[in-house]
Design a protein around this ligand. Structure first.
Ligand SMILES: NC(=O)C1=CN([C@@H]2O[C@H](COP(=O)(O)OP(=O)(O)OC[C@H]3O[C@@H](n4cnc5c(N)ncnc54)[C@H](O)[C@@H]3O)[C@@H](O)[C@H]2O)C=CC1
Ligand SMILES: NCCCC(=O)O
Length: 486
């Protein structure tokens, strides 16, 4: 490893890097080799407190700036990110093990998109005017919430930090962000770049640590909102803790999303959709369509073509541009995935391709495809968060929709068909926050993203996000003297 991965310090508070070596050591592992690439420290309770204090101090002045001024800073940060995309993408690959061919186009670039998008609309965040009888009227002010906490998962460390910071800051909030302890490096760069772009000290802070640090942040009385990207069990805990303080909350959680492929679909396009729905980011994407329902008539040809196309996957060193499948994020996640593959075999699913750990350093696994999967199998019910596709077959549209929705999750869903009315019927029936017709897993920042049912609460991205990072104040204005009954 020759890339500079040791950050200046573990945390970023009040516009500067901060170290506190009394915190528990946090080792950063490059998943592609298993080697340690940085040594950090978890934040102590005092350090967490100082980050919250910095955010709390900075918030009134940040909110008092015009949206135009805040937006300019965010857009400047977007420009800096684009200029440094290569280095930031290399760092993302070091943090996660995802292939550079992907991180160059999907991570820092998505962060820049979010900063540009929300920077662009910051000046337009406004209330409304409501006319009443007698000339009276109400106007509304759309105001910042205050200090917000962002907590990230490990699969998109740059993107998750920016998807939370950009709308939060555009609305006049300040933020303390805690990255996943597995991928702590990238959010520090976002903090550094925001300062360089002109964000005042304290507007965006980063503290490192595990669940206890997150819990301290969520429980603090100065915090007005919590936005978590993580698993359903963590989401349930964090949502409950936020509710105890009546805080605003956005929960971006896990999924077990369906992808329904009808026999009239363009086969190559549907196979591409299934690949993108399962193997991008080495399968570590929350919205993945891991239950691939294929109409009976085309099941065999679909599975055969899928197995052929998998021969084209290049697994290996994520820094090589030809690599399309990198390593899993950690040994622990790899073991979880291998455990599910064993369960799939034991419960009678047919392993058509892949599923073996590579015999080399790092946490590599061949992308796996199971056919003859049934709805009751563990691999069809639980989120695996790795490159494991389950192919199930179905006969009718009604059956496919019922089975697609028979899950506690509701993050995403997709359909491949040439029948346009059927496509719209299907997406209207899907119980999911993000739906796709004849494609899968595209997440432009212009589109709201988030889950229904156990997959989450609230939405990130799109103009819809503004409602989740601000609140409305109503102001009644009387145009005549005030009267009373006595
Ligand atoms: N819907 C979405 O947008 C996405 C959801 N995810 C989900 O995230 C999961 C994988 O990520 P992981 O990092 O393993 O999730 P996780 O739930 O283990 O951890 C998520 C974050 O929560 C923190 N945390 C843990 N306990 C906490 C507590 N009590 N209070 C506050 N913070 C706490 C962790 O330190 C980490 O930063 C998958 O289930 C995946 O589906 C991942 C990416 C996107
Ligand atoms: N661009 C992928 C967004 C979903 C996720 O963070 O898993």
């Amino acid at each position: 490893m020759t890339y500079p991965t040791q950050p200046t310090a573990s945390h970023y508070i009040n516009g500067a890097y901060v170290e506190d070596a009394s915190g528990t050591p946090l080792s950063v592992i490059y998943p592609a080799t298993g080697a340690e690439i940085a040594q950090l420290h978890e934040a102590t309770p005092d350090l967490v407190d100082s980050a919250l204090a910095a955010a709390h101090r900075a918030q009134p002045a940040w909110a008092a700036m015009s949206g135009t001024e805040r937006g300019r800073i965010l857009r400047r940060a977007a420009d800096i990110i684009r200029e440094r995309n290569h280095d930031l993408s290399v760092l993302e690959t070091c943090d996660t093990g995802k292939p550079l061919s992907e991180t160059l186009v999907a991570d820092a670039t998505s962060a820049a998109d979010a900063l540009e998008y929300f920077g662009g609309i910051a000046a337009s965040i406004a209330g409304e005017h409501i006319q009443l009888p007698e000339g009276d009227f109400v106007y509304t002010r759309r105001e910042a919430l205050g200090v917000c906490v962002g907590i990230g998962a490990w699969n998109y460390p740059t993107q998750i930090a920016a998807w939370k910071a950009a709308p939060a800051l555009a609305c006049g909030n300040t933020m303390v962000f805690k990255p996943s302890e597995t991928t702590p490096l990238c959010a520090l760069k976002l903090a550094e770049i925001l300062t360089e772009a002109g964000a005042p000290a304290g507007v965006f802070n980063v503290v490192q640590g595990k669940g206890a640090v997150g819990a301290q942040l969520v429980g603090d009385a100065r915090v007005a909102k919590v936005s978590l990207t993580g698993s359903v069990p963590t989401g349930a805990r964090v949502y409950a803790a936020a509710a105890a303080g009546l805080k605003h909350a956005t929960m971006e959680l896990g999924g077990k999303s369906p992808l329904v492929i009808f026999d009239d679909a363009d086969l190559e396009s549907a196979v591409s959709g299934a690949i993108n729905a399962n193997f991008y980011s080495t399968g570590q994407v929350c919205s993945n369509g891991t239950r691939v329902f294929v109409q009976k008539g085309i099941k065999d040809v679909f599975v055969k073509r899928l197995a052929e196309r998998l021969q084209g996957a290049v697994i290996g060193d994520p820094m090589q541009m030809e690599t399309t499948i990198g390593s899993m994020v950690s040994e622990r996640q790899l073991e979880i995935v291998l455990g599910y593959i064993e369960k799939g075999k034991a419960e009678g699913a047919r392993l058509v391709a892949g599923g073996k750990r590579l015999n080399r350093d790092g946490f590599y696994i061949e992308p796996a495809v199971f056919a003859d999967v049934t709805d009751d199998m563990t691999i069809a019910r639980e989120e695996i968060f790795g490159p494991v596709m389950s192919v199930l077959d179905f006969e009718t549209e009604e059956e496919a929709l019922t089975r697609a929705n028979a899950t506690e999750f509701g993050l995403a869903a997709g359909v491949f068909t040439r029948d346009i009315t059927r496509a719209h019927r299907m997406v209207a029936g899907f119980e999911a926050g993000s739906c796709y017709i004849n494609t899968y897993n595209l997440t432009p920042v212009e589109a709201p993203f988030g889950g229904s049912k156990m997959s989450g609460v609230g939405r990130e991205n799109g103009s819809a996000a503004i409602a989740h990072w601000s609140e409305i104040k109503s102001v009644y204005v009387a145009m005549t003297p005030c009267e009373a009954a006595f």
